[in-house]
Design a protein around this ligand. Structure first.
Ligand code: GSH
Length: 240
């Protein structure tokens, strides 16, 4: 079965958390938004506007697998994890992995809100003073709290600090890699300063980035660059 990922074209966005899973697993998938032959942007818009959908998606990314339609990154990864061998079989460990993913989703939303603190539908240039204030709080308080918490999770893993859950790669590791990559892009100074105190998180990100399938993906044209249209944006004034 070929998975179909519906996400906005031209940006990594939240679709990237799903792509990383599919790429690591070597799964067959179509990135519909970036594939004109599959309908591109119009197909994404049509899925979202579909009047027949019994389970309408609020926002992309949306994963379609036959009759199954799943939105919300954490729910998509919860669905894909067992199918792609990227989550523990044990129910408690799977639940813990889901919790980690939801915390990553919280961090992603807060990183996004540094450049859109007032109105997600308005331009950054129309909310700059508020963005400066929000970014400062994020850099000084929230980002160290999130990254420091993941450092603790790694340090306390009874199976060692190589992975977030147990002794094997899970989708949470792939997502933490993407979070670290995104924050390094958006806040290179602030993240650089955090590195010394969170060595396990940064080592995990390096290991994930070096995995054969992930590194091949990162070097491929399928990996879109970070940009100021995505979630993680580099505005130097927001990096302190
Ligand atoms: N919590 C959702 C957030 C989804 C989301 O905010 N998607 C963005 C693109 S990254 C979007 O298009 N939002 C449109 C909207 O919220 O109206 C998830 O993790 O999937």
């Amino acid at each position: 079965m070929t998975y179909r990922l519906y996400y906005w074209p031209g940006i990594q966005g939240r679709g990237e958390f799903v792509r990383l899973l599919l790429e690591e697993a070597g799964a067959a998938y179509v990135d519909v938004g970036n594939n004109e032959a599959e309908g591109g942007l119009e197909a994404v818009q049509a899925l979202l506007a579909s009047p027949e959908a019994v389970h309408p998606a609020f926002a992309p990314p949306v994963l379609v697998n036959g009759k199954v339609v799943v939105a919300q990154v954490a729910a998509i990864l919860q669905y894909l994890g067992p199918r792609l061998g990227l989550v523990a079989c044990d129910a408690n460990m799977a639940l813990w992995t889901h919790q980690l993913q939801l915390t990553i989703a919280d961090a992603v939303a807060e990183a996004h809100d540094t450049h859109h603190p007032l109105d997600v539908g308005d331009w950054y240039r129309n909310q700059k003073p508020e963005a400066l204030r929000r970014a400062r709080a994020f850099r000084e308080s929230r980002m160290p709290k999130f990254i420091g918490w993941f450092e603790q999770v790694l340090a306390r893993n009874p199976k060692g600090p190589e992975h977030l859950v147990g002794a094997r790669l899970s989708y949470a590791d792939l997502s933490l890699f993407q979070l670290v990559q995104g924050l390094r892009y958006a806040f290179p100074k602030a993240m650089g300063a955090l590195e010394r105190d969170t060595p396990r998180v940064h080592a995990l990100a390096r290991r994930v980035g070096a995995r054969p399938n992930v590194s091949a993906y990162l070097a491929s044209p399928r990996r879109l660059p970070f940009s100021e249209d995505g979630i993680f944006r580099h505005y130097p004034e927001l990096d302190g």
